[in-house]
Structures are given as C-alpha cells and as structure tokens.
Write a new protein. Structure first.
Length: 310
C-alpha cells in the first residue's frame, strides 16, 4: 500500500516530470500525481510555478481544481530549478499529438488578444501555442467560430477565433483570440506530412505552402479544423470602409457587419447574432457639415444593453 506525505516541504527538487505525469515525491512518499492530459498551461508568475488544469471533461455542477501554485523563495538556485521545471513540463504537455499528426511550426504569430507573439504548432486535432509566459493547447472542437477581417486601414487582417471554453491567463479569461497579420507579409514553408497524407486530410493542401501569410494560415486552419471562416458582408460606410470605427465605453475599436451577426474588436471582443437582438435604438444623432455622429444601442433578448458610440 502506497503511503502519502502531508508535510509542508520544499518539493521542487523532487518533482518527477515525464511524458505521462508530474509527480511530487518526498522521502519515497507520494505527495501528488497529475496526469499531463489534465494540465492545460504551465507558467511562472513572480515566484510561483503555476499549473492550470483542463476542465473540458468536468460537469458544470461539480467541484474541481482549476489551478495549482508552487511557491518558490527568491533564491537564484531555486529559480533556476523552477525555470527548468517549467520548460520540462511545457515540453511534455506538447506531446499530445503523434508525430505524424504534426503539420507545421509557425514562428512569431502576432496575437492582438491575448497580446504577444506565440509560436504555433499546427496539429491534426489542435493548435499548440507557446509564448514567453503562457502555453495553450487549443482543441479545434473548442473553437465555435472563426472570422477573417480586412481592417479599414487595408494594411492589417485580423483572424478571430471564438471559444466554447475560454482561454485562461491567470485570473483573466479570453472568449476570443485575435491574430493580426500584415497584408503584404508573404510566407513559404513545407508541411511535415507526405503528399498522400496531406491529400487525405484535405485535397486543397500541398506539400509546399506559399502566399500571403493570412491566406495560407486561413487555408491551413479550415482544411485541418473543418471550421468555416466568416468574412464581412458587402457593407460599407460613407467613407467606403468595411467597418464602423466606434467605441464601447472607453475602448475604441471597429464594428463589423456580417450577413448574420455583428462583431466588435479589439477589446472587448463582442459577437452579436442578429437572431439574438430584440431591438436597436439610435441616440445622439448629429448631422452637420463638421460632425456626423450617433450612438447605437443594441438590446438583446436576454436583456443586455450594448452601446457603441460613433
């Protein structure tokens, strides 16, 4: 029978990390064991090693642990151990897909939400994001919607993903992620699987992928995930722009009009389906030679009031 230790101890030096789990052992007694499949993210916040757990299989009404923090005294030797452990855990989290399921590594993807540059491992079942502080494993089944938006400046294109279960970054949650591409940036890279395997995934995939970065990424994403990518309708403002520049509270952004919904970016990202709107009201309408402004108030069927100021 295995015995367990319940003492308050310095356990960092005795963490055992492998392809299957993270185990804490003290004097040959098991303190805890966490399967890697339950770990959604590993990061260092100040002097704590933070493990975030995947709640995808948990029932809504049940209690479960979402996060575990290992406190580290600010000593150089222990900080070195903590950084080595973080890297080892993150490397082992990334082993969820078989090698033949791995398509390509995309370096320095520029994310506007959550902000930062991430290296993306594009796999058959998920996108694995590796950042300077946070790691994410985004299953395609957790992505509910995707949008491709040409920004009014005609210099940037935003790829927006909406999630069934939000991404977590400490106490902050993200229901959407935004990758912001430059329109004129082109890429040329080779996919890892052979031609026959690629054609089984999707007939549109080629061994060598080249072209504008946002177009290549969108093509890969749709082929692997099977998720349709929504683009704005033919709506144009009086300035012939495809989005309304406005603000939600103190946050400035753009309101895109789709054929079946509205989408406001950047922060907060708000998606409103037409079928969920009870009514729309216009306020503070100004129309003169020097100023043309108005407020749009959207009242949803569940009682939300969303005010966008032009």
């Amino acid at each position: 029978m295995q015995t367990f230790s319940t003492k308050g101890i310095n356990i960092l030096k005795d963490l055992d990390v492998d392809r299957n789990s993270v185990r804490g052992v003290y004097n040959e007694q098991l303190v805890f064991e966490i399967p890697n499949t339950l770990i959604n993210n590993c990061s260092i916040i100040k002097n704590e090693l933070v493990l975030e757990f995947n709640d995808a299989d948990q029932e809504v009404a049940s209690d479960f642990m979402t996060e575990m923090r290992l406190y580290v005294h600010q000593q150089s030797e222990e900080n070195d151990i903590m950084e080595a452990l973080e890297k080892k855990i993150r490397d082992n989290i990334a082993l969820g897909d078989k090698s033949d399921d791995h398509l390509v590594v995309l370096e320095d993807l520029p994310f506007a939400v959550p902000r930062g540059k991430y290296t993306a491992d594009l796999c058959r079942r998920s996108i694995k994001l590796h950042g300077s502080s946070y790691n994410y494993n985004i299953l395609y089944q957790n992505i509910t919607k995707a949008f491709l938006l040409l920004m009014p400046d005609n210099q940037n294109v935003c790829f927006v993903m909406g999630f069934d279960k939000p991404l977590r970054q400490g106490q902050t949650v993200y229901k959407f992620a935004i990758i912001q591409f430059k329109v004129d940036v082109e890429v040329n890279f080779e996919l890892k699987p052979d031609e026959e395997t690629l054609k089984r995934i999707d007939a549109s995939l080629d061994k060598m992928m080249m072209g504008k970065y946002y177009e290549v990424f969108s093509k890969l994403f749709k082929a692997v995930s099977g998720i349709n990518i929504i683009i704005p309708s033919e709506f144009r403002t009086s300035k012939s722009e495809n989005a309304i520049k406005c603000s939600k509270g103190a946050k400035q952004g753009y309101l895109f009009v789709m054929s079946r919904s509205l989408l406001f970016i950047y922060k907060p990202v708000i998606h409103i389906r037409f079928e969920d709107i009870a009514r729309v009201e216009f306020h503070r309408i100004t129309n003169n030679m020097s100023n043309r402004n108005f407020d749009i108030e959207i009242i949803t069927k569940d009682g939300q009031n969303l005010l966008f100021s032009d």
